[in-house]
Design a binder for this molecule. Structure first.
Ligand code: MN
Length: 265
């Protein structure tokens, strides 16, 4: 693919992201929720094919680039799909849709060497406009990392500013970085550093009750079987990148329930 084509693709998707809220609402349909892909083009193609065949809407939970072998192809495929699927496909922001991560984990160098500094800058701008969360059926919250200390109401995700190449907003930063832990009650500093935190069971339960939520679905941490649960099954982690020695999985939702854990192997 030529640089000019990718640039045009980015410019076509950008307005769609600009006009969308930070919290995307979906109330009807069935969904396929896909976790980290990190350059795993095969998983992305399988998810698209499966969702198309079964008539599902798609939610990707972020981390499309860095690490894997087909990073450019993966993000390009996702952006092209966004254009053709429109609101039936949601791309959320992960902690790797940031300049800081791309500098250390490969995507920046890759785009510099294959294309140009200018094209990387266009990707970075686009990433800064990806929404942070999606609320399904008013009761299932989906995002990349997790709950943020200081976030009381789900709707407050809409207050997060757009366009931060590296999120400095403390809520945004935690949404893409935080991990759950059953060993703590409230919040604690995370081993990941940089202002990220662990959220414990009391913080989780309180947030879920206050916002009338049934499940939280997130990605961010590799799972042995591609899927894992915490907090009595109310928190579900899905991981979809095959390069971690795991079977890539996705979650199929019908109404407000998990219908199936789908293998994307
Ligand atoms: Mn991540």
């Amino acid at each position: 693919m030529y640089e000019a084509e990718i640039k045009r693709l980015i410019e076509s998707v950008e307005p769609l992201l600009e006009e969308a809220p930070q919290l995307i609402l979906h109330n009807i349909g069935e969904f396929l929720i896909v976790g980290d892909t990190h350059g795993d083009l095969e998983t992305t193609l399988r998810a698209l094919k499966y969702a198309e065949k079964e008539g599902l809407k798609l939610v990707f939970l972020g981390d499309y680039v860095d690490r894997g072998p087909k990073q450019v192809e993966n993000i390009v495929t996702l952006l092209e799909s966004k254009l053709s699927w429109g609101e039936n496909l949601t791309l959320l922001r992960g902690n790797h849709e940031t300049v800081e991560m791309n500098r250390w984990y490969g995507f920046m160098d890759l785009v510099y060497s294959r294309f140009s500094v200018n094209l990387y800058d266009s990707f970075a701008e686009l990433f800064s406009k990806l929404p942070y969360a999606s609320l399904l059926y008013k009761s299932i919250l989906t995002l990349h990392g997790g709950l943020a200390e200081g976030l009381e109401k789900v709707e407050d995700i809409n207050i997060i500013p757009k366009g931060e190449l590296d999120p400095r907003n403390v809520i945004a930063l935690q949404i893409i970085w935080n991990d759950p832990s059953e060993d703590i009650e409230w919040f604690a500093p995370s081993w990941r550093g940089g202002g990220s935190k662990l959220y414990g069971w009391r913080a989780f339960n309180q947030f879920m009750e206050k916002n009338n939520l049934k499940f939280l679905i997130r990605a961010h941490e590799p799972q042995h079987e591609g899927y894992g649960e915490l907090f009595n099954g109310r928190l579900k982690t899905v991981f979809s990148c095959r390069f971690y020695g795991i079977e890539p999985k996705a979650i199929r939702l019908v109404d407000t329930d998990v219908k199936e854990i789908v293998s994307l192997e």
